[in-house]
Design a protein around this ligand. Structure first.
Ligand code: LLP
Length: 437
């Protein structure tokens, strides 16, 4: 569980009432619990301890430097997907021998930067990318900038349905990700001829918010068979990377605990003789953060009523983009929110509303037809739960709205680790050339 709990009619983040954070940092604001991040990281570390492993936290889920530094101190490695994420993990002094680099579109500059940093390995997504890594590595070698040959894992596409939202399904053959198992063998054969590339393993990330273990059994079954047949002296395939994807509780308590995933994955890894790499993002960060927002106005429509709040789709896009459910509940409340152990509120005390933001689009909503306490009004602070993953990282400046602050709570203390963007910062990189006018 997480460390966002109601005590004395108030929501606390660890030992701090969130209303205090809203007063200090303003709203909207993201609030993270350090203890929850560490708890979830530790749950995975414990569950998979029976096999040699590196847990590479997926930076894309929540890339706050402060959070990365906390996880680095706890022993995590990192899964990155861009030069920007490489910069972040370098900035916090993460050991590069625990960094893996995924993504279908790595640029030459990104590949060169990662090679210079001597990361653990690239997860290679295509034949063309493999050739390009060889080319960039050869150039660096000529310039005396290549420390070691590029280690790569082949990202395979096992054609398995992870049974999640279509936009976050990656392991089916009609997606842009990975290489089908048939062609992976050819790619390994081709790679053996490349002097600056070493094949270190196989990677399979089949999707995100996966709440069943069967897709992992199916995918890794195929991967382990493949590893056992394709392993040679030149391609020892010593790493099996099962990617990320472990689901969390949003609306119902549907997500299995880390041990359930481990029960399936650990025996298969043992059977492969590999070191396991994991890339969990959401499992570690999702329920470690909330979004605080304030009610600006209540509005009566013809068929619906609206709570207009100060956070919009630019601050948290998941409901608009995926139709995702996030629990929303007032920060001051005598009752617990229904999905977090509270009893179903009696019908007379709640009313259905759409919780909407200030953005000029009908797609700008945080919740639709949601039963919320009737007495909510201007100035009330609401908590949007399970917003620690793919929240701030997907925020943007649409409607020229400044990026919102991030706050980390640690016991009875809290720290603003990312300040709210100012209007001056919003336009700082722009110019109006005289010549245009
Ligand atoms: N590894 C790779 C190669 C990935 O592409 C991803 C996520 C992960 C690991 C981490 O997956 P996780 O453990 O967090 O499920 N924006 C979407 C999620 C996109 C996931 C992208 N890839 C959302 O808000 O649901």
């Amino acid at each position: 569980m997480d460390h966002f709990k109601y005590r004395d009619r108030e929501l606390y983040a660890e030992d701090v009432p969130v209303s205090k954070i809203a007063a200090a940092a303003g709203t909207p604001a993201y609030v993270y619990s350090k203890a929850t991040f560490l708890d979830h990281y530790t749950k995975i570390a414990k569950a998979f301890a029976a096999v040699p492993n590196v847990i590479c936290y997926s930076v894309k889920a929540n890339s706050s430097l402060a959070i990365l530094a906390v996880l680095n101190k706890a022993g995590a490695g990192f899964d990155i997907v861009s030069g920007g994420e490489l910069f972040r993990v370098q900035k916090i002094g993460a050991p590069m021998n625990k960094v893996v680099f995924a993504g279908v579109g790595k640029s030459d500059e990104e590949i060169a930067a990662a090679l210079k940093a001597n990361i653990l390995m690239f997860n290679v997504e295509s034949e063309a990318e493999l050739e390009n890594i060889e080319r960039v590595a050869a150039t660096l070698k000529r310039e005396g900038d290549l420390k070691e040959p590029a280690r790569v894992a082949i990202r395979v596409n096992p054609d398995v349905d992870p049974k999640t939202h279509a936009y976050i399904t990656t392991g089916k053959k009609d997606t842009k990700f990975g290489i089908d198992l048939g062609r992976a063998a050819d790619l390994i054969a081709a790679a053996k001829k490349l002097p600056n590339v070493q094949i270190a393993g196989i990677h399979a990330h089949i999707g995100s918010q996966i709440t069943e273990v069967t897709p992992y059994r199916e995918s890794l079954g195929k991967v382990v068979d493949f590893i056992r047949s394709a392993r040679t002296k030149e391609a020892p395939l010593q790493y099996l990377n099962s990617g990320g994807g472990f689901g969390i509780h949003y609306q119902d308590q549907a997500a299995p605990p880390a041990e359930k995933y481990a029960e399936v994955i650990v025996p298969m890894v043992k059977n492969s003789g590999c070191t396991l790499l994991l890339e969990p993002g959401r499992f570690i960060s999702g329920n470690s953060g909330i979004l605080l927002t304030k009610v600006l106005y209540t509005k009566r429509g013809v068929d619906k009523n609206f709570l207009i709040v100060d956070a919009g789709m630019n601050d948290l896009v998941r409901p608009s983009l995926y139709g995702s459910f996030h629990e929303i509940w007032p920060a001051k409340s005598a009752t617990q929110p229904p999905t977090r152990g509270g009893s179903t509120p009696d019908a007379a005390s709640v009313a259905k509303v759409d919780v909407v933001g200030p953005i000029c689009e009908s797609g700008d909503f945080l919740a639709k037809d949601r039963a919320l306490p009737k007495n909510l009004g201007r100035g009330d602070v609401l908590a949007v739960f399970s917003a620690g993953a793919y929240g701030f990282v997907m925020a943007g400046n649409y409607n020229s709205r400044p990026l919102l602050p991030e706050v980390v709570v640690d016991g009875a203390k809290f720290h603003v680790v990312n300040k709210r963007q100012s209007y001056e910062e919003l336009v700082a990189r722009e110019t109006v050339p005289e010549a245009l006018l």
